[in-house]
Design a protein around this ligand. Structure first.
Ligand code: VGL
Ligand code: ZN
Length: 198
């Protein structure tokens, strides 16, 4: 069984959102079209409490995009984004959500960030996504969504380490490129770990 995994296609990551990914809205028609080729569609949703440790606003004296130590892990500080039960955390209104079988929230623990849809950044907690997919007989995944150099990258790497065959649908991904070249590097790393880039 081959599932389509939609990663963080949420308002705050779209132009006009709190942590807008350039051209993020451009993937939506492609994703809507892709869905018809899959029997199982699953989504991740960045879903932070207001006191989340990845928000620069929760670190007095620190600025957005600075790095801090967050309970033993390096953490890039982000603008407040994808706060639980706010409009910014909702899926894009033009995203066709009708066939999403299940949504896996992530980043809910204020003490640790979670770029991957499978595990938090310290591999301390598990969202249940891997087990759910395996329970459905899924062996292969196609990934798309936002952002290529953060949540897509770490979700892809964890999917591979969990034993799934992984395809990255690059035309349906967009990244942040905080440093020029980050997205290109992320895609190379995903490929080197065994994913197919299509
Ligand atoms: C993401 C930064 C912070 C992402 C989520 O979805 O790629 N990036 N939270
Ligand atoms: Zn986040």
């Amino acid at each position: 069984m081959h599932a389509l995994l939609l990663i963080d296609i949420q308002n705050d990551f779209l132009p006009g959102g709190a942590l807008a990914v350039p051209g993020g809205d451009g993937i939506i028609p492609i994703v809507n079209e892709l869905m018809s080729g899959f029997d199982i569609i699953v989504a991740t949703q960045d879903w932070h409490p207001p006191d989340h440790g990845s928000f620069a606003a929760n670190h007095p004296g620190k600025a957005v995009f600075e790095s801090v130590d967050l309970h033993g892990l390096p953490q890039t500080l982000w603008p407040v984004h994808c706060v639980q039960n706010t409009g910014g955390a909702l899926f894009a209104p033009t995203l066709d959500t009708r066939r999403i079988a299940r949504v896996f929230p992530k980043g809910t623990d204020p003490q640790i960030d979670s770029y991957s849809g499978f595990f938090d950044n310290g591999h301390r907690g598990d969202t249940g996504l891997g087990e759910w997919l395996k329970g459905k007989g899924v062996t292969e995944l196609t990934l798309c969504g936002l952002a290529t150099d953060y949540c897509v990258k770490f979700t892809a790497l964890d999917a591979l380490s969990c034993g799934f065959k992984v395809n990255l649908h690059l035309a349906a991904c967009r990244g942040v490129d905080l440093q020029a070249g980050d997205c290109v590097k992320a895609v190379a790393e995903i490929r080197e770990h065994g994913a197919m880039i299509r």
